[in-house]
Design a binder for this molecule. Structure first.
Ligand code: 6PG
Length: 239
């Protein structure tokens, strides 16, 4: 696990954009196509805006989503809408390269439809799980990531690729999320968290796997954690 601490949210988001560009370029060089799953919420918006400024050539990059709220795509709560405004429109990424989650169908129908798309377009690992090249993930104060909440069913979804969430503690309650299994199959994950409110969750992720902290279950050897000073664990007290 590589942990990078930057002075403030702007610097952390800028570093995340740099790392995303570098990893996407490398994946595209190796495999001609690079599949990137994007985080929702507020934190990554600035990263997407900076990435749109940095990256001008999006050939071979396929955009996916780690989770989506069960709202219409143009609803202010939609993760797709945030990514469209901050990245897709600014970088003029062709719509055929953007695979939003049809979460307006509802948690279970949306999950089933998205799982079909992932199976159809992504290579699979030995367990039949679609292999993303890269997943940008956010971190909730309770240690959730995507819509994998503590004690939620999506953590135990076995061989499932996507599942519906019906009672998310973070509104709105109905969502669709990639399962932990798909995040574990990803070649690389990038966890971005800023602000003092995320400090305890970041410390819990760094403390090692704990089923009550979903983000701590990500594969440490394939994980970059980017935080700002406010979200970083307190420096070890010098004896
Ligand atoms: C969502 C996100 C969620 C988010 C975290 C952090 O749909 O809400 O996917 O997992 O990344 O809750 O959200 P903020 O970046 O807004 O703090």
């Amino acid at each position: 696990m590589r942990v990078t601490t930057l002075a403030d949210p702007e610097a952390a988001c800028a570093r995340a954009a740099e790392v995303l560009e570098r990893l996407l370029d490398a994946a595209r060089r190796e495999r001609a196509a690079a599949h990137l799953a994007l985080a929702g919420g507020n934190t990554p918006r600035r990263t997407y805006e900076l990435l749109a400024q940095r990256m001008k050539d999006w050939r071979g990059i396929e955009l996916w989503f780690g989770d989506e709220r069960c709202v219409e795509p143009e609803d202010p709560e939609s993760n797709y809408r945030m990514v469209r405004e901050a990245l897709i429109d600014r970088a003029a990424i062709p719509s055929e390269q953007v695979h939003r989650i049809p979460a307006e169908l509802g948690p279970d129908r949306g999950a089933a439809a998205y799982a079909d798309q992932l199976r159809e377009r992504l290579p699979s690992d030995e367990h039949g799980r679609p292999v993303l090249d890269l997943a940008l993930l956010g971190l909730g104060e309770d240690g959730h990531t995507a819509s994998l909440f503590p004690g939620g069913p999506a953590l135990d979804a076995g061989g499932e690729i996507c599942v519906g969430v019906h009672d998310a503690p973070k509104p709105p309650p109905e969502r669709v999320t990639l399962t932990l299994g798909v995040l574990l199959a990803a070649r690389r994950c990038l966890l971005l968290a800023t602000g003092a409110a995320k400090g305890d969750a970041v410390a819990a992720v760094l403390a090692g796997p704990d089923r009550s902290v979903p983000a701590s279950l990500l594969r440490a050897g394939r994980l970059d954690v980017i935080v700002d000073d406010a979200a970083a664990p307190a420096p070890a007290r010098r004896s």
